[in-house]
Design a protein around this ligand. Structure first.
Ligand code: NDP
Length: 792
């Protein structure tokens, strides 16, 4: 091009980044990578290699090993062997290694950035300025957490060997999100990168070797989904941390159900980008570029659904189109481009398939007039307008540069449309009215909400989903809990603590049985749908009463009542506390009657039963106190934001109670759930249900709103299964058998609800270290991070 032409059209010329260092690294391994196991490069036992390509020009970059079952076994064994010494090194010892890794990443940041761009197709401007700096930040930040572990988490210990499986969209960033917290908390790791993008993980292994990380602490096993499945199912692995598709997330969850392996899942999304009519539309346009064309839209939290207030929709569409026309697409190593290549032909086909479906559905499509470069996997930025909410392209995750727009008229409609998805990863809200933004943010069911910004991340802030976007958080203090377990868990016995049966048979108490127990649904006592009751006996085999036999229909009615009741969840923590204190007061005035009922059902001495009631009252008081004290944090992130980490109620929480301590077990689970603002469907002790069915009289006289507590009696495992399958139950706690725990975890997969099960282990509910504390509150909530711009 002549200089005069450049002056005339003012286009940018290419600004290619030099890739020679990256190729030198590939050459060092003769473009055929072994695995990294026990601190050594190890040939794969499979002797099978997978080719990896540069998506910008389809040139072959290298070959990576396809890890076999034996390779995975070697890696897990190495990680297990390394565990004890790594834990014993202590937090400060581990911090030194994490700092050293962070420094190495910074020193080699350009090499990492270039290699990542080559392998993935994303613009080097992004890997250089976003991905790799965030990777280093993640290691620095978690080096700090390692040194603070003993002070900040004194009651917790490492989980053990962690299997980590990551996708191709942010290969190094996902690696750091997984490895940094795991190592900081004293775990060792077997990580499988995605087969399309394993090269930077192998460069990272090289760095681990350079910093002298003890052998076996990190093991990198490359391969495809089969290698991933080997890691998931290996009995030596104690936890799986997965990021990827919802489909694979479900497969993983099902396959480890009941194994006791801890699990965190960061899955897909279909995040809304909500534009109110008073928003600064020029900023909105740049926000959209970041939201959907960053990394070619291959971002789990990409705001792929644009919801715009009708009055400004046309104006915004025309501004977006103008900007799209100016987006620059090209080779990932060109520093002047906005959009690179998508990762692989298969992904290109998936995107194109959705776009064709969108056209078939009759939606309005718009693409820029310029042509995509040839020879690579380039997909044009695409805008669909006026798309109906039920359209496939408005519901499914496309994972490409495709923006689907629809309009709304009023605020409520915006919230309804935003939440009209099975996902819940992120949302972006655009308005110049901070009151409006802060009114909308808590109403959006998503783990991250950005106000007047999009795709902002930091190691100090947790990231993760609601609903089918998975569970668990990565980053921030909340993310550490994915890599620790309470030390007290070791004490939980396999067998239920023995109940001391009274020497004298408890007197049959006619006043206790002359009324028929019923379910309690929506604030009313109701008969079971089945019309059947189950006889309840005391330990001597005497009949003492009947409880309703709950069925699927009763659970459905209870869930409907719980889901439809909004007053409890919208009360302030202070107001909820007052109701809980009132419950404690009312129980206290009927303490003797409840103790007699416990003694009658369980055969315990009256003294022991009185003790159970006394501890129950104390526990209600304690959770009433927590109702306005278990609050969030303002995270100290690196961007100019106030990042509010707010614990939110899960929504509708199902609870299945243990048999022992029928009143205390019931209240130890119900109360933290209520204190945090959940509506509850609870199944009391199957053996001894009457202290719970009597409890609805206490609820009725304590100002508990209808629908906040629903009690269904019956066969606990059958009812647990119904609850596990129900799509409108957001979380389920199960305290029963090992088999029952497995079933709950497996059945909860489809609805992706959060579960908390005891794997057949028991707690001594009378001991506050077992039956009380923050862990109950943490399981009753999920953290939402709201990013609010702050400062100039
Ligand atoms: P997958 O969920 O298939 O892959 C994620 C990781 O899991 C990869 O390392 C993959 O291996 C591995 N894997 C695949 N199958 C199994 C299995 N059965 N057990 C254990 N590990 C397994 O995502 P894809 O890469 O196939 O992408 C498909 C779609 O998923 C995308 O179009 C997108 O919609 C979504 N996606 C979402 C992401 C997110 O961050 N939420 C990230 C990536 C994809 P390998 O790929 O190496 O064979």
């Amino acid at each position: 091009m002549k200089i005069s032409e450049i002056f005339e059209n003012m286009t940018y010329g290419p600004a290619p980044e030099n890739a020679s260092e990256a190729y030198k690294f590939l050459d060092k391994f003769e473009k055929k990578f072994p695995l990294f196991i026990n601190g050594e490069w190890q040939k794969s036992d499979s002797e099978v290699f997978i080719k990896t390509f540069n998506p910008s020009d389809n040139s072959e970059l290298s070959e990576i090993s396809s890890g076999s079952p034996k390779d995975v076994d070697d890696a897990v064994k190495a990680a297990k062997n390394a565990l004890e010494a790594w834990v014993n090194l202590g937090g400060i010892g581990r911090a030194k290694y994490l700092y050293a890794i962070a420094r190495q990443i910074q020193k080699h940041s350009r090499l990492f950035a270039v290699l990542e761009s080559l392998d993935n197709g994303k613009p080097v401007r992004e890997t250089r300025d976003i991905d790799i700096p965030l990777v280093a930040r993640h290691f620095y930040h978690h080096a700090g957490w390692a040194s603070l572990m003993e002070t900040e988490l004194p009651d917790y210990q490492e989980v053990g060997v962690i299997g980590q499986i990551i996708p191709w969209n942010f290969p190094m960033l996902m690696l750091s999100w997984k490895i940094a917290p795991a190592l900081a908390m004293g775990n060792t790791v077997v990580l499988k990168p995605a087969e399309f993008t394993s090269l930077t993980a192998l460069l990272f292994a090289d760095i681990c070797k350079n910093v002298g990380l003890p052998n076996g602490v990190i093991n990198i096993v490359t391969g495809d989904g089969k290698t991933g499945a080997e890691i998931v199912n290996h009995p030596g692995v104690d936890k799986i941390a997965f990021t990827g598709s919802t489909e694979v997330g479900k497969i993983i969850r099902k396959s480890i159900a009941g194994s006791g392996k801890k699990l965190s899942l960061e899955l897909g999304g279909k995040s809304p980008f909500i534009v109110f009519e008073d928003a600064d539309l020029d900023s909105v346009v740049e926000g959209i570029v970041d939201a959907i064309w960053f990394n070619q839209g291959q971002v789990c939290c990409a705001s792929s659904r644009l919801l715009v207030q009708e009055s400004v929709a046309e104006k915004l569409y025309s501004k977006i189109k103008k900007r799209m026309e100016k987006l620059r697409m090209g080779n990932s190593l060109d520093k002047c481009i906005d959009i690179g290549a998508v990762v692989d032909q298969t992904q290109w086909n998936t995107i194109d398939g959705y776009v064709k479906k969108g056209i078939e559905e009759g939606n309005q499509i718009w693409q820029p007039t310029w042509e995509c470069p040839k020879g690579g996997q380039f997909y044009p930025p695409t805008l669909f307008t006026d798309v109906p909410a039920a359209s496939i392209i408005a519901q499914e995750e496309i994972f490409g540069p495709v923006l689907v727009a629809m309009t709304f008229r009023h605020h409520k409609e915006a919230v309804n449309l935003a939440n009209n998805t099975r996902y819940g990863l992120a949302a972006s809200i655009w308005t110049e009215n901070i009151n409006l933004a802060l009114d909308i943010a808590p109403q959006i069911k998503a783990g991250t909400v950005w106000i007047n910004s999009s795709n902002v991340f930091d190691a100090a802030s947790g990231f993760g989903g609601y609903r089918e976007s998975g569970f668990g958080r990565e980053g921030g203090k909340e993310g550490l809990f994915e890599y620790v377990k309470p030390k007290i868990e070791k004490e939980f016995p396999e067998n239920a603590p023995k109940v001391k049966i009274s020497k004298t048979k408890t007197a049959f108490n006619p006043s206790g049985i002359d009324k028929t127990a019923k379910h309690y649904i929506g604030g009313k006592q109701v008969r079971p749908d089945s019309g059947y009751s189950i006889n309840i006996t005391n330990p001597w085999g005497d009949y003492i009463g009947e409880m309703p036999e709950g069925t699927r229909k009763d659970i459905r009615n209870a869930v409907e009542a719980a889901a439809g009741s909004t007053s409890w969840g919208s009360m302030t923590g202070h107001a909820r506390a007052q109701v809980l204190y009132f419950i404690a007061e009312n129980l206290s005035s009927r303490a003797k009657e409840f103790a007699e009922k416990i003694a009658l059902m369980t055969g315990q001495t009256l003294n022991d039963a009185e003790k159970e009631v006394e501890v129950s009252i104390q526990r209600i008081f304690a959770y009433a106190a927590y109702a306005d004290k278990y609050d969030g944090q303002v995270h100290s992130t690196t961007s100019k934001n106030v990042t509010l980490a707010m614990p939110e109620a899960l929504g509708v929480l199902g609870i299945v109670c243990p048999d022992e301590n029928p009143l205390l077990g019931f209240l130890s689970l119900l109360l933290p759930a209520l204190a945090m603002g959940n509506n509850v469907v609870i199944v009391p002790s199957e053996k001894h249900p009457f202290s719970a069915t009597d409890f609805y009289q206490i609820l009725e006289t304590s100002d508990v709103p209808a629908g906040a507590v629903n009690i269904i009696t019956g066969k606990k495992d059958e009812l647990a299964s119904e609850m596990a399958k129900h799509f409108n139950i957001d979380g389920l706690w199960y305290f029963g058998s090992k088999e029952g725990s497995e079933k709950v975890e497996a059945l909860a997969t489809e609805s992706m609800k959060r579960t908390w099960v005891n794997y057949g282990k028991h707690r001594n509910w009378l001991d506050s270290k077992h039956g009380f504390g923050e862990i109950f509150l943490r399981n009753a909530t999920q953290i939402k991070n709201i990013w609010i711009p702050y400062g100039a």
